[in-house]
Design a protein around this ligand. Structure first.
Ligand code: C2E
Ligand code: CA
Ligand code: CA
Ligand code: CA
Length: 276
């Protein structure tokens, strides 16, 4: 047993070292991508289930290394602080895209941006958000903000101050990954939110997993009670779409409805859809 324990330890430390090396490699690639302006955004539609209309688009960060997705590089960007310049660029890029779609004759499609806990600590976050929208001459409801419970709970009073200020401007506030955090429901009722996004870990197994069904139904009911819009994310099939629609959820996002696409591709996709 002692022998096995030692082997385990060796295995563990080797894995750790490999993890640290990978972390450093990602950090170097992040710096290079920032320097080379090699980040771009993809946009995934959020659809009104009943009318089929696109209600908004979520901006998702992409970089040249296709093998490593944001689930892995965003945490490194947060740990190193690189997320701050990325976040500032992202806000401008999303504003630019909103303008471009408008200039090309598309109806106004609000763009939801994800904000990390680290960016949220910036005392001037709300001010910068506001100035960026003004700088690009876009409506104050052009951008929406997706925030997680983790980011809010990091400093609740500060978060509520930022969110209230932006919400008062017309920026919709979305609680992302709803159901995966640890906050109490009492808290949720006090947060300045417009919308909750049911995490895809509950949505994906909906057609066969009774526990996910129970949790999802409860979240939809809670959203309604608190007068919040509810969107289910990670909808990959018609059967899941039908399920949530039948259970009172009004909006959906997922591969079944539309993949994340570069801005130009989104525009083509949008026009084709409107025609047929
Ligand atoms: P998220 O905010 O929950 O974003 C939704 C993720 O679900 C996206 O992954 C999207 O591509 C994926 N997705 C959408 N529909 C489906 C579906 O039907 N099935 C499946 N399996 N997946 C679906 P992505 O783009 O890889 O992003 C992963 C996470 O990385 C995001 O989760 C978010 O937490 C973070 N992230 C992405 N972009 C940004 C960003 O600009 N800033 C920050 N701070 N985080 C970001
Ligand atoms: Ca999100
Ligand atoms: Ca999410
Ligand atoms: Ca997520």
């Amino acid at each position: 047993a002692k022998q096995a324990g030692r082997n385990n330890f060796q295995f563990y430390s080797a894995a750790c070292a490999a993890g640290a090396r990978q972390q450093i490699a990602i950090e170097q690639q992040l710096k290079a991508a920032l320097h080379d302006r090699a980040f771009h955004l993809c946009y995934q539609p959020v659809v009104d289930i009943e009318s089929g209309e696109v209600v908004s688009a979520e901006a998702l960060l992409r970089w040249p290394n296709r093998d490593i997705g944001p689930d892995r590089f965003v945490p490194v960007a947060e740990a190193t602080g690189i997320i701050n310049p990325i976040g500032r660029w992202l806000l401008r890029e999303a504003s630019r895209q909103y303008r471009r779609w408008q200039d090309h004759g598309l109806p106004s499609i609000p763009i939801a941006v994800n904000v990390s806990v680290v960016e949220f600590r910036d005392r001037d976050f709300a001010g910068r958000f506001e100035r960026t929208m003004r700088e690009y001459g876009i409506d104050t409801d052009a951008l929406q903000l997706e925030v997680t419970e983790t980011a809010i709970m990091d400093d609740v009073d500060h978060a509520v101050a930022i969110l209230s200020r932006l919400k008062a401007l017309g920026v919709k506030i979305l609680l992302d990954d709803f159901g995966t955090g640890h906050s109490s429901l009492a808290y949720l009722a006090r947060l300045p939110l417009n919308k909750v996004k049911i995490d895809r870990s509950f949505v994906a197994p909906l057609t066969h997993d009774v526990a996910s069904q129970a949790v999802t139904n409860a979240m939809i009911a809670l959203g309604r009670t608190l007068d919040l819009e509810v969107v289910a994310e990670g909808v990959e099939s018609k059967s899941v779409l039908d399920y949530i629609g039948a259970h009172g959820c009004k909006q959906a996002q997922g591969f079944y409805l539309g993949r994340p696409m570069p801005g130009e591709e989104f525009e083509v996709w949008y026009r084709q859809r409107a025609q047929g």
